[in-house]
Design a protein around this ligand. Structure first.
Ligand code: NI
Length: 255
């Protein structure tokens, strides 16, 4: 059994074949999926999808790209949605200094506010960190988010920083890039992070792993991430599948 800890299965790129794509993953062993949100609209839509599929869970929140339009009313609505029993996290939230689609001060303000909301709700957070390593760490510490759980989604930092996060109690989630030949850093992370702190994800429809790199990504391909990690660590695929599934269930509070 595999748990795809991050798949945007409500993305428009799945409009043509969403149900088939989800069932294809399920029938191929991806028996649980976490659907993260990027906006209020996708939070609402994600909660709706969890009602259609027993094995899909949702996170609610606003992505750093979108926080430029954020307001207190939106935060209140996110809070209301988070009370649904299939909502298991707040995310994806964080900072993106690569695209800078929202001003950095605005990103930081809403990142902190959403972290504090997650703490209030006693939910873990799914973190997006693109070229903002220091500020992400500082704000997570300021909010004391490690107490309620932190998942570093599509982790792209160094091995050293990953181990610092692990020491604080966070989980490191690896995605398709770990399968890329030149992904030296991600492979080092895959080898170094203790197995009880690793998660796997696709970030569908983005970041498609080898051998389908360049095509649309979907949860079924999370197996390629697990295979790569198994190869790097020299352990059986089944062991990676089992550990990452147990880890995801634990952090998201799923029985
Ligand atoms: Ni994502």
């Amino acid at each position: 059994m595999l748990f795809d800890s991050h798949a945007h299965v409500n993305d428009a790129r799945f409009d043509e074949d969403r149900h088939e794509m989800i069932m294809r993953a399920y029938e191929n062993g991806v028996e649980m999926i976490m659907l993260p949100a990027i906006s209020l609209e996708s939070s609402l839509n994600g909660v709706e999808m969890t009602k259609q599929y027993e094995f899909i869970f949702a996170a609610v929140g606003v992505h750093p790209h979108e926080v430029k339009n954020m307001d207190e009313m939106t935060l209140e609505m996110i809070k209301g949605l988070a009370k649904n029993n299939k909502v298991k996290a707040v995310g994806e939230i964080g900072l993106d200094y690569f695209y800078d689609f929202s001003p950095r001060e605005v990103q930081k303000e809403w990142f902190l506010k959403q972290l504090l909301l997650a703490k209030e709700l006693q939910l873990p957070v799914i973190i997006h960190d693109r070229d903002a390593h220091q500020d992400v760490m500082d704000i997570l510490c300021e909010a004391n988010s490690f107490e309620t759980g932190v998942i570093m989604h599509c982790y792209s930092g160094s091995k050293e920083l990953a181990l610092e996060y692990v020491k604080k109690g966070a989980y490191i989630s690896l995605a398709g890039p770990v399968t890329f030949k030149n992904a030296k850093k991600a492979k080092e992370v895959a080898a170094a992070v203790p197995l009880d702190r690793l998660l796997i994800e696709t970030d569908s429809p983005y970041l498609t792993p080898m051998p389908f790199r360049g095509k649309r990504n979907e949860p079924e391909y999370v197996k390629f991430v697990a295979m790569e990690i198994a190869g790097i660590r020299g352990i059986p695929f089944a062991e990676v599948a089992k550990a990452t599934t147990e880890n995801a269930k634990k952090i998201f509070g799923i029985d």
